[in-house]
Each structure stands twice: as structure tokens, then as C-alpha cells.
Design a protein around this ligand. Sequence first.
Ligand code: C5P
Ligand code: MG
Length: 297
Amino acid sequence: ALAIWHQLTKSEIPELAKASVLMRDRSRVETTIQAMHRAGPDALQVISDFDMTLSRFAYNGTRCPTTHNILDNDLLINDACKKRIRELLNIYYPIEIDAACTVEEKLPHMVEWWTSVHELLIQQKIRKDLLALAVEQSSAMLREGYRVFFDHLQQQQVPLLIFSAGVGDILEEVIRQNHVFHPNIHVISNYMDFDQSGELQAFKGPLIHTFNKREGALLHAAHFRKLRERPNVLLLGDSLGDLTMADGLAHTQHTLTVGFLNDQVGERRESYINSYDIVLVKDETMDVPNAILNYIA
Ligand code: C5P
Ligand code: MG
């Protein structure tokens, strides 16, 4: 198996040999990729997280904003609200990524974080017509190689589900401004609900946070049913919670999971290797997903 593996990495997917690529079980990855390659694009679907997975974690050493952080703009919210949202980030983000804390322990804190921030945003009566400008003014960026990723999936007619605990209206705008919002994309996220005058009055549907994507997936069973003839899944995420994004699929054949390990690398390395098939350490590019896709679809 090792010999075949070396052939695959060297000739077909040399990107997998990079030092930033970690794998618990190389031969399983090898077998899965070969099986997905044989089944081809018609059997494939891609499920991806958005913030810090399709979007960049950092650029030139500076953190890039999440969809929620893009709303931290004078156009949309006042100084007191900005201050409060930053305080909440400083309290809850460390809990979200704490390697010493279980998902069960994190859950109530995540619900508190999202609920408090959404309430603050609603109080600010954010205007729908200013969202595009806020995205333009932000430093949000998609990962290097994003265009190849989005365009390739569209060309091969492979459905891309973007499953995000961020803000749907904002992530759509980021993708649109990068000219890659193709018809093969379906988004499950937290969408804003505006009143008739275009002011934010609520968030639609049940809240999605980092660690309840499984429940979110099950609620969207109808979407997954439409894709049941595509049993192979490439899943991309940056949080361990993202691994449950495919739980709405009843029948899968081969699943390959790729996790971006952006932050707290030393503390979280082991749990990521144990949970994701492929772990990409501080990799701000789509090079590995693109190379895999180029081979299997
Ligand atoms: O798209 P994704 O599911 O990754 O979006 C969730 C991310 O947004 C979380 O990882 C969290 O760190 C971030 N977040 C934020 N501000 C909030 C709530 C979540 O930056 N108020
Ligand atoms: Mg994320």
C-alpha cells in the first residue's frame, strides 16, 4: 500500500506530500481518493463550512474577519455595540476553540454568544442596503486558489453546499463580490430577516452555531434527499463541529474530510488528526482541496 501511496502523492497529488499536511491514516485517504476518482464527478458532492474554511483566517499576519466580524463597521452599528460585540468575542471565542473543553461543555456558551450578538445586531436596526458596502470595506478574503475551487465545481456540475454558522446574507455577498456565486451553490446559514423599511428585525429559522450543525443538517433533510444519488462527499471545515455537516445524508459511500487547523495549533493538533482524514496546518490556500478535486472530478 505504501508503494501505491507514494505513486499517488508523487504523480497525481504531490500537494499531499507537503509538510503542512497531516494524516492519521494515509492508506485510508489513498483508498478513499482512488474510489472517489473511479466514481467520478457525477457521484460527488462537496459540503463546506464558510468562515475560516473558504474564507482566510489571516493575511500577512493579520486576522481576517468572519461574517459576523464584517458587521463591525460604523455604517451598521454604533460604538457601544461594537465594544460589546468585541467583549463577547474575547469571552467566547477562547471557549469555542478550547482543546481542554468538551463539546457538551461548550454548547451553552455558544448559544449564549450567538444569541447575545444577534440581539445586539437587531437593536442596531442594521440596514439591508448597507450590507454590500460593509463587505466591500472589510478585509474579508477567500483563500488563495478559491476561484479554481468554485469554477471547477461549477464546470463539473458538482453541487457545493456551504453550511455556515455565520451570517448567510454576508457570506453570499462575499462570494458574489468575488464573482464565484455559481448556480451549483446552496447555502444553509443564519439569514437576516428585514422589515418592510429594510431594517433588521430578527434572524430567520433555528439558530446555527458551531456545534449544532448536525441538528441543522437534519432540518434540511429535503435538500440532502435531492443529492442522494451522489454518495461521495468531500467535506471541508475548520472546527471539529463541522464534521457533522454531512449528517443529513442517509446513504454515503465514501467521505473524505479535510480540516484547516488555523489557530491553537499545538493544543489542537492531536484532536484534529484523530477527527479529520486530512489536516492542513496554517495553510491559507485551497491547494490541497483543489488538487484532490482535480484528481477525483
Ligand atoms: O461559517 P462558520 O460556521 O465557520 O461560522 C462560525 C464562525 O463565526 C465561528 O467559528 C465563530 O468563531 C465566528 N463567530 C464570530 N462572531 C460571533 C459568532 C461566531 O466571529 N458573534
Ligand atoms: Mg468555520
